[in-house]
Ligand binder design. Structure first.
Ligand SMILES: *Cc1c(COP(=O)(O)O)cnc(C)c1O
Length: 340
C-alpha cells in the first residue's frame, strides 16, 4: 500500500528508534525528564519564544494555547477551514467555553478586510468579545498553503492589542518552502504550536511555545486535562532526532506534491493548479470531474493507494518521508486514471 492519506502515517526510522531507546529520562510531571526539557527548550529557542511545552498531540497544544489567550465566554476568529474550528471536534467550545467566528478565503488565506469586519474587542455587554485571532500556517485543508498576509495581520493585531495564535502544525513546511525562518513566523504569535509527528516523522508529539507565564499556565491545564506524562523523554528523543535529520528534506516532499499535482492536472484539468501547490499537500477539486470523492478513494484503495477526502468534492493527498518519488508517481498515475 502507498499511503498518502496524511503525513502522520510515517513510522519511526531505525535511527530515530535508536535515539529513543538511549534517551535519558525522568518524571516529567516533576519537570525531571532531561530529554523532554531539552526538546522544549530547543523548540522554544528555534521559534523565538521563552518556553515550550511538549504535548501528546497538536490538538492538545492548540487547546492549551488558545485557552491561554481566550477566557471562557470570549471568541477566537479563524478561517472557516481551520483545524481549530473543524478538526478538533469542538474542543475549544466543549472544554474551554470559547466560541469561534470565521472568515472564509481561497486556500484558507488570511483576509485582512474580513478580519477587520469581524473583530469586536469590546462592544459592551451585548456582543461576545474577540480575544484572539488564530492562523494556520501552512493551511491544511486549504491545500498546504503558505499564508501571504501573515506579517500584515500580525502588525494589525499589534495595533489592536489582540494576541495571535499560530497553528504551526506544518510550520517547518512553510519555512522550508518560503525560506522564511520559523522564528520569523512564530515570534509574531503570543502562542504557537508545532507538530513533530507530521512531516518531521516523529511517532507522537507537538510543542506549544509562548512566554514563560503562558507555558506555566498551559502546564497546569495539561495536567488538569489528564495529559501530564512521566518518562516522556523516549518520545521527546524522537522529536529531537526529527529536528536534526528531517527538516531540510521536507523540500523533497514538496517536490513530490508538485509532481502529483502536475499528473492530476494533466488528467483532470482545473481540478488542481500545480503552481499553487507550495508544500506537501495536494487538494484536488472533483466538482468538474464527474466522479465522487468516495468513488475515487475506493478505486484508489483497490489499486493499493490510500488517499483521503477533506470536503464534499475534495480529495487530499499528502506527501511524507515514507513515500518515495516512485511511490508518489505511481499513486498519482493511479488516481489520474480514475479521474480520466
Ligand atoms: C494535524 C494538525 C493538528 C494537530 O493534530 P493532532 O492529530 O491532534 O496532532 C493541528 N493543526 C493542523 C493544521 C494539523 O494539520
Amino acid at each position: 500500500m502507498i499511503d498518502l492519506r496524511s503525513d502522520t502515517v510515517t513510522r519511526p526510522s531505525p535511527g530515530m528508534l535508536a535515539a529513543m531507546t538511549s534517551a535519558p529520562t525522568g518524571d516529567d510531571v516533576y519537570a525531571e525528564d532531561p530529554t523532554v526539557t531539552e526538546l522544549e527548550q530547543t523548540v522554544a529557542g528555534l521559534l523565538g519564544h521563552e518556553a515550550g511545552l511538549f504535548t501528546v498531540s497538536g490538538s492538545l497544544a492548540n487547546i492549551l494555547g488558545v485557552r491561554a489567550l481566550a477566557a471562557p465566554g470570549t471568541e477566537v476568529l479563524c478561517e472557516a477551514g481551520a483545524h481549530v474550528a473543524r478538526a478538533e471536534l469542538g474542543a475549544h467550545a466543549a472544554i474551554s467555553g470559547i466560541t469561534t467566528r470565521t472568515w472564509s478565503a481561497p486556500g484558507g488565506q488570511i483576509d485582512l478586510d474580513q478580519i477587520r469586519a469581524l473583530v469586536a474587542p469590546d462592544l459592551g455587554p451585548y456582543f461576545v468579545t474577540t480575544a484572539a485571532v488564530s492562523v494556520e500556517n501552512t493551511h491544511n485543508f486549504g491545500g498546504g498553503t503558505i499564508q501571504t498576509g501573515y506579517d500584515a495581520l500580525a502588525d494589525e493585531l499589534d495595533v489592536l492589542g489582540l494576541p495571535l495564535h499560530l497553528d504551526g502544525a506544518r510550520l517547518w513546511n512553510a519555512s522550508v518552502a518560503s525560506g522564511v525562518p520559523v522564528s520569523a513566523y512564530a515570534s509574531r504569535a503570543a502562542a504557537a504550536s508545532v507538530c513533530l509527528s507530521k512531516g518531521l516523522g516523529a511517532p507522537i508529539g507537538s510543542v506549544l511555545v509562548g512566554s514563560a507565564g503562558l507555558i506555566q499556565e498551559a502546564r497546569v491545564w495539561r495536567k488538569r486535562l489528564g495529559a501530564g506524562w512521566r518518562q516522556a523523554g523516549v518520545l521527546a528523543a524522537a522529536g529531537l532526532y526529527a529536528l536534526e535529520h528531517n527538516v531540510e528534506r521536507l523540500a523533497e516532499d514538496h517536490a513530490h506534491a508538485r509532481l502529483i499535482a502536475e499528473i492530476l492536472a494533466d488528467a483532470a484539468p482545473g481540478s488542481v493548479k500545480p503552481d499553487q501547490v507550495e508544500t506537501n499537500i495536494v487538494v484536488a477539486d472533483l466538482s468538474g470531474v464527474g466522479k465522487s470523492v468516495a468513488e475515487v478513494i475506493a478505486g484508489a484503495k483497490a489499486e493499493g493507494v490510500l488517499i483521503g477526502g477533506v470536503g464534499a468534492t475534495q480529495l487530499r493527498l499528502v506527501t511524507h518521508l515514507d513515500a518515495s518519488t516512485a511511490d508518489c508517481r505511481q499513486a498519482a498515475e493511479t488516481v489520474a486514471r480514475l479521474l480520466r
